[in-house]
Ligand binder design. Structure first.
Ligand SMILES: Nc1nc2c(ncn2[C@@H]2O[C@H](COP(=O)(O)OP(=O)(O)O)[C@@H](O)[C@H]2O)c(=O)[nH]1
Ligand SMILES: [Mg+2]
Length: 470
């Protein structure tokens, strides 16, 4: 069944599949999984799917606890033009006797898991099992940041970016280069490429030191657009009456092409169809990197989440036409770096980080939750006595040299503002405490039949995201 309306040149569909044999209505839930690079999307999706297929470790998924899930299976996804999420390869990498973290991916991908579920309660005696399709869409959080470009002209965007770059060491070279260029002169393609390359280099450096305002997103993750004209522009100060063939005009045209042919299709074809969303954040990694990284993460998260309050963006408002994401889960990933006694503190920080955005999303009709989870648990807990004090540690195999080590990351404060306020106030380092993060390799494990990979709270995450559909 497809109901579509045409407006603004965009087909909107209420998505549902129907069983080929019986024609029975089968609901489809599109679950978006996003987060900045290295936040843990690939590992999350791989573990979620594996744990839905083999549900021995999913007690908090209510339909599973009630024994109502008869079967779960992978199916061809409905979108022919989107790469399939390479579940089997990632799972093979993460499990077995010498497991590794999966290779990082840099673009959108998709996978369909279908669940056959018996109804609960009163209807259970009358109805047979139904099928619910879960379409999981993995996309880079960096792409959401581009939303901010849609309502801006090239002149406006350039002015904003150039101002922001003043005083950033990482930008010195680009600023030097661009100020020596005459935007009013005819376009010289090698010069344009040199500028775009220098700007891209700046973006990488800025991201490297923790700035999260790094757009255009595809400059960082170009995929097959690398080197194409839509990515060969850069911010440039306005010039008086630029000629048609001037560098400035050409950049302006390319900026508009980037909006129309790169950003808009992503929001229209992918983002606008999402029903439920997971936003993954490597909170511990940022805390380890220090107050500046935490503050940048907060800002970046707020920018990312602007996409979930469409009221503020005219472009998105037109595109969504009132459709909205129903549920948003904010998850602090890699919680297996902490003993469970510290998980509430981590969740508090995640909650505080997203509070502003979450409140507004709630206002727009979505329900939200913050959670700490580990998609793939790489550690075990251990109490170690150190200088007469008992420390709640985690033990695992270190990624760098394969050694087993017990490790204490530092005590997170009960009150999240004890971290977030100094970060906001521009502190250089944490005063109370040092925070460490070790990189652990996935633990070797032989999965028992019926069990998915070991995790922390993936079942809670699944219950929040799709429990009501089962
Ligand atoms: N200990 C631990 N590390 C994780 C977990 N999830 C992700 N990681 C680490 O984070 C890295 C990035 O994860 P990945 O899923 O590739 O991130 P993506 O770029 O968002 O897809 C991995 O290579 C692991 O080192 C987890 O649950 N536990
Ligand atoms: Mg990935």
């Amino acid at each position: 069944m497809v109901i579509s309306t045409l407006a603004d040149g965009v087909a909107r569909q209420i998505e549902a599949a129907s069983d080929a044999v019986t024609g029975v209505f089968e609901p489809v839930v599109r679950l978006g999984v996003t987060g900045l690079a290295r936040s843990g999307k690939t590992v999350f999706i791989t573990s979620l799917v594996a744990n839905l297929l083999d549900r021995g470790r999913m007690p908090q998924l209510v339909a599973n606890a009630e024994g109502r899930i008869e079967a779960a299976f992978l199916q061809p996804q409905p979108d022919d033009l989107v790469p399939r999420f390479d579940f089997e390869t990632h799972l093979a990498a993460m499990t077995g006797q010498s497991p590794q973290w999966p290779e990082s991916t840099r673009a959108i991908s998709e996978l369909r898991v279908s669940l056959r579920v018996r109804p609960n309660g009163l209807l259970s005696g009358f109805q047979g099992a139904r099928t619910v399709h879960l379409d999981i869409v993995d996309y880079p959080g960096e792409w959401l940041l581009d939303l901010g470009l849609m309502d801006k002209s090239f002149a406006h965007w350039s002015a904003e970016v150039l101002e922001r770059l003043q005083g950033r060491d990482e930008a010195a070279e680009y600023l030097g280069l661009v100020s020596a260029m005459d935007g009013g002169a005819d376009l010289d393609e090698p010069k344009a490429q040199a500028l775009a390359a220098a700007f891209t280099e700046y973006l990488h450096a800025a991201r490297g030191v923790g700035y999260s305002d790094c757009t255009p997103g595809r400059f960082l993750l170009p995929g097959d657009l690398a080197g194409s004209p839509v990515l060969t522009f850069a911010p440039m100060a306005a010039v008086e009456k630029p000629g048609r063939r001037s560098m400035w005009r050409t950049f302006e045209k390319r900026f508009e092409a980037y909006k129309a042919q790169v950003v808009k299709p992503f929001f229209r074809d992918h983002f606008a169809r999402i029903d439920r969303q997971v936003v993954l954040v490597d909170v511990l990694g940022a805390i380890h990197a220090g107050p500046r990284a935490v503050e940048d993460m907060r800002g970046g998260l707020a920018d990312t989440l602007a996409a979930f309050r469409p009221g503020r963006n005219a472009f998105l408002k037109r595109l969504l036409m009132g459709k909205r994401v129903e549920k948003i889960l904010f998850a602090a990933t890699k919680a297996d770096h902490l003993h469970h006694s510290q998980h509430p503190q981590l969740t508090n920080i995640m909650q505080a980080l997203t509070r502003e955005a979450a409140d507004r999303a709630q206002f727009a009709g979505a329900s939200t939750e913050a959670l700490s989870l580990a998609s793939l648990r790489a550690t075990v807990e251990e109490a170690v006595t150190h200088e007469g004090r008992k420390l709640d540690c985690v033990r695992g195999r270190l990624l760098e040299d394969g050694r087993q080590a017990a490790f204490y990351p530092g005590a997170l404060p009960q009150d999240a503002s004890a971290l977030l306020n100094p970060a906001k106030d521009g502190a250089e380092k944490w005063l109370e405490q040092d925070y460490q993060v070790m990189k652990f390799a996935p633990a070797a494990n032989t999965l028992r039949p019926g069990d998915g990979p070991p995790h922390i709270r993936m079942d809670r995450a699944a219950q929040f995201l799709i429990g009501d559909m089962l």
